[in-house]
Design a protein around this ligand. Structure first.
Ligand SMILES: [Zn+2]
Ligand SMILES: [Zn+2]
Length: 285
């Protein structure tokens, strides 16, 4: 088989923040909540388990049928939009499929949080009834490794704290940083540098939330989300090459996202390129 000429392949399955958004105004970018697949060689990482995970399952079925390789799902945090696809993930119901679920330990560990999500009051099937080989891993070491992939993480600024992940593989860097408020106050710049700046430095791919326009953000300070302007400013400062604007606001129509991306392209400085993340889009580095 020919050797792949890239190290990391990213596929977007869900890009919408907060709540799924069906409708004719949301077709181009898609309405499913966060789920991003990252392939490093033959290893499959999945960032978040929003409703986009169903599209991921469809593609997995076409490629591997009922015998996929081990899956590694990294959960940024357990707000609904980031986990609501998990109970509908068909591979969680298949005997012989190994699923590793990684998460932080803020108020509770990841196993307890998913267990609660699948209590009978909320969903007809409990976690104990899933047939897959499900393994929960509360993150402790930093960085940690999944096979030959090195992953560093940090706590972002968001209610209940979200985790940002930096994946390094064969000299390339992928960063997932969603549900994060980049602080604008001048006295917080040092904090930004140590936190998000350190995480995203020289990233080949940065998937970052750009939920608001700058004007919207001014009315939503403290909500735990960022403006596209702030994300581009910090991406420019830390040598990011490809920014995928993500976690689109549920009210943002396709036309409005197009407009936001044109604005983003204008304020980005080389080598930074700006893209609006959309479902089924792939990108390799
Ligand atoms: Zn979210
Ligand atoms: Zn959140």
């Amino acid at each position: 088989m020919a050797k792949k000429d890239y190290a990391i392949k990213t596929t977007f399955w869900g890009v919408r923040g907060s709540i799924p958004t069906p409708g004719k105004d949301f077709i181009k970018y898609g309405g499913n909540t966060p789920c991003v697949e990252v392939r490093c060689g033959n290893t499959i990482l999945l960032f978040d388990a929003g409703t986009g995970i169903r599209g991921f399952a469809d593609s997995l079925r076409k490629e591997f049928g009922q015998s996929p390789p081990d899956l590694h799902i990294l959960i940024s945090h357990t707000h609904w939009d980031h986990i609501q696809g998990f109970p509908f993930f068909e591979y969680a119901y298949m005997k012989g499929v190994r699923i590793n679920l990684y998460g932080g330990n803020t108020t509770s560990d990841i196993e307890k949080l998913i267990l609660d999500q699948m209590r009978r009051e909320y969903f007809p099937v409990t976690l104990f009834e899933l047939s897959s080989d499900l393994r929960f891993r509360t993150l402790e070491d930093n960085p940690f490794h999944i096979q030959d992939i090195e992953i560093y993480y940090t706590h972002l600024i968001h209610p209940a704290m979200s985790l940002g992940f930096r994946v390094e593989y064969r000299g390339k860097v992928f960063v997932y940083a969603t549900d994060n408020e980049i602080l604008c106050e001048p006295e917080m710049q040092g904090y930004n540098e140590r936190n998000i700046g350190y995480l995203i430095r020289n990233a080949d791919i940065l998937v970052a939330e750009c939920q608001y326009t700058e004007t919207e953000y001014r009315g939503k300070i403290g909500w735990g989300h960022s403006s596209i302007d702030q994300v581009i400013k910090i991406s420019n400062a830390y040598g990011v090459k490809n920014l995928f604007c993500f976690h689109h606001d549920p009210r943002r129509t396709d036309k409005e996202i197009d407009r936001m991306m044109r604005h983003g392209e204008k304020i980005a400085k080389p080598p930074l390129k700006v893209f609006g993340a959309k479902e089924k889009m792939t990108f390799c580095v």
